[in-house]
Design a protein around this ligand. Structure first.
Ligand SMILES: *Cc1c(COP(=O)(O)O)cnc(C)c1O
Length: 304
């Protein structure tokens, strides 16, 4: 059972050569979870791994899940479902649209159902109404949020060969950070965890982390880097991302990892970290999201 959802993937830790960081004498490394898989990428695979195992153990063959039209989780579930022999249904928030993310979901065989925002709010009611009577279905919450997701994220900590002073990651629901916190306790590391919420009023992430880690729930949140809210951008964020990508060769995007690296750059500039600190940044993947934002780059920063 354990090996059923195992595949060999590549997620090295790389030194990041980015001059503004080097000038501040900060050693920044990146854990490249974006390289795990083109579509089952980053933390979405970490979160799905034990959830799929749980589904299989229960004899389920049909995954039902939820997300926005650009959801990395929907695409990861579609691709992982196809790879590991599940059928998949994805409830998409809002009116019917066509975009490359959803088209890829369909290509991986996912059945899409568009629901208005009010109906979407009660995901479990939707599940009960349309799927509960079918014993083959398995509910996966938006973003892959689940207790089974924590163990997969904790494995990121287990996989590190070296010690670091700080680990930073982007936060949506906070599940990944909660799993990292659990891993730091479980594997007895002394690394300080930092979360950068990509949505407004991200203070709730502290509660999410504590809920799963009632004993050791210490994390540091940097809540001022949301740029107006989820999927919102500003020209200064787009300018930063285009400079960063062009000077490191590592792709980041405006919804998650762009805000994360912007926060890191700002904190480093403000001497937040002690000189010589060893900093590790988790690249959580989700790079298909960049396709939805190219028009914004075009309008703001790309040379004509
Ligand atoms: C979904 C996602 C996140 C947020 O993960 P949470 O566990 O919900 O906090 C971060 N980065 C990327 C690239 C994502 O796709």
């Amino acid at each position: 059972m354990l090996d059923m959802f195992h595949f060999d993937f590549y997620s090295p830790v790389e030194v990041l050569n980015y001059q503004p960081f080097q000038e501040q004498q900060c050693m920044v490394h990146v854990k490249r979870d974006d390289l795990i898989h083109p579509f089952i990428s980053g933390n979405k695979w970490r979160k799905l791994k034990y959830t799929l195992q749980d589904a299989a153990k229960m004899g389920k063959s049909h995954l039902v899940t939820f997300g926005g039209a650009w959801s990395n989780h929907l695409l990861a579930t579609a691709a992982a479902g196809a790879k590991f022999g599940f059928t998949t249904t994805g409830y998409v928030r809002g009116e019917s649209v066509v975009n490359p993310n959803l088209q890829l979901c369909q290509l991986f065989g996912m059945q899409l159902v568009f629901v208005n925002r009010t109906t979407y709010k009660d995901k479990f009611a939707l599940y009960r109404q349309y799927h509960e009577e079918d014993a083959t279905t398995y509910f996966i919450d938006e973003g892959g949020k689940a207790s089974t997701a924590l163990e997969g994220c904790a494995e990121i900590i287990a996989s590190l060969d070296e010690d670091y002073d700080h680990l930073l990651c982007a936060c949506g629901t906070g599940t990944t950070l909660a799993g990292l916190r659990w891993g730091v306790t479980k594997y007895e590391k002394s690394i300080t965890l930092h979360g950068v919420p990509v949505l407004k009023e991200g203070e709730f992430i502290q509660d999410t982390v504590r809920q799963w880690n009632p004993i050791n729930g210490e994390i540091v949140l940097h809540t001022n880097y949301h740029f107006g809210g989820y999927a919102k951008t500003k020209p200064e964020l787009l300018t930063f991302i285009s400079h960063f990508v062009a000077n490191t060769g590592m792709l980041i995007e405006p919804v998650y990892t762009g805000k994360l690296f912007y926060a890191l750059a700002d904190l480093i500039r403000k001497d937040y970290f002690a000189k010589g600190s060893k900093i590790l940044v988790l690249h959580t993947g989700g790079l298909t999201g960049v396709l939805g934002t190219l028009a914004k780059f075009e309008a703001n920063v790309l040379q004509k």
